[in-house]
Design a protein around this ligand. Structure first.
Ligand code: ADP
Ligand code: MG
Length: 201
């Protein structure tokens, strides 16, 4: 069983970007006031799994854009209003491997995760040292160290999130699969903006 976007975001035990899910234009406008501009609107519907592919993720910069996008999304489902995040896009996941059991995956993420295939993994739960080694194994590890004017990501926050997430299989007994993609990491913090949890039937 696949959990909804809000259930998945609410169940993960790591920092999550501020969001609200609403079902009317008035409520979208009210939510936006809390997050300011720019903010992110996402189409929430059980029919839509890959939101970007359906045109269901939009950064909006002003009220006109917000109204236009929200109206179009509300014709197809609910709207998630979310603060806009900055930083390096990472991927964190959990898979239930037939021989290893639950395994934590970490990699360079976002929409290019399938292109780079730059992922390291360890059996859950992991230690801080495991987390550090997993990051060292990534080909894209330089992205975390600060490039092109970006400051190094808050490594402690990232490692804490990895260790915490690796304990999720102990907390959700029927956890089959989890994707946090992306997790935004910057010099200040790490936050998940998208998550999908699959439970055993
Ligand atoms: P999906 O994976 O279903 O297409 P996501 O919620 O992961 O939808 O959004 C797709 C992409 O949009 C992300 O990889 C990221 O680049 C961007 N994005 C999503 N949410 C935010 C946000 N809150 N702040 C900044 N960029 C975002
Ligand atoms: Mg995603």
């Amino acid at each position: 069983m696949i959990l909804s976007l809000d259930d998945s975001l609410n169940k993960i035990n790591i920092p999550v970007a501020k969001f609200e899910i609403v079902d009317s234009l008035q409520k979208v406008e009210r939510a936006q006031k809390k997050f300011g501009f720019p903010c992110v609107l996402k189409l929430v519907s059980p029919k839509v799994v890959h939101k970007t592919e359906e045109g269901g993720v939009k950064v909006v910069y002003d009220m006109a854009e917000l109204r236009e996008t929200a109206s179009s999304f509300l014709g197809k489902g609910k709207v998630l209003v979310q603060e806009k995040c900055e930083g390096v896009e990472l991927f964190l996941g959990i898979k239930n491997d037939p021989s290893f059991g639950h395994v934590l995956l970490a990699g360079i993420g976002g929409i290019f995760v399938e292109v780079y295939k730059d992922i390291s993994f360890r059996v859950c739960p992991i230690s801080k040292k495991d987390a550090e080694q997993m990051l060292e194994e990534l080909k894209g590890k330089k992205l975390l160290e600060g490039i092109r004017g970006m400051r190094p990501v808050n490594r402690k926050a990232l490692i804490d999130a990895m260790v915490s997430l690796s304990k999720l299989p102990e907390q959700i007994k029927d956890l089959e699969e989890l994707d946090v993609n992306p997790l935004f990491a910057n010099d200040n913090s790490v936050v998940a903006v998208d998550a999908r949890i699959v439970l055993k039937e």
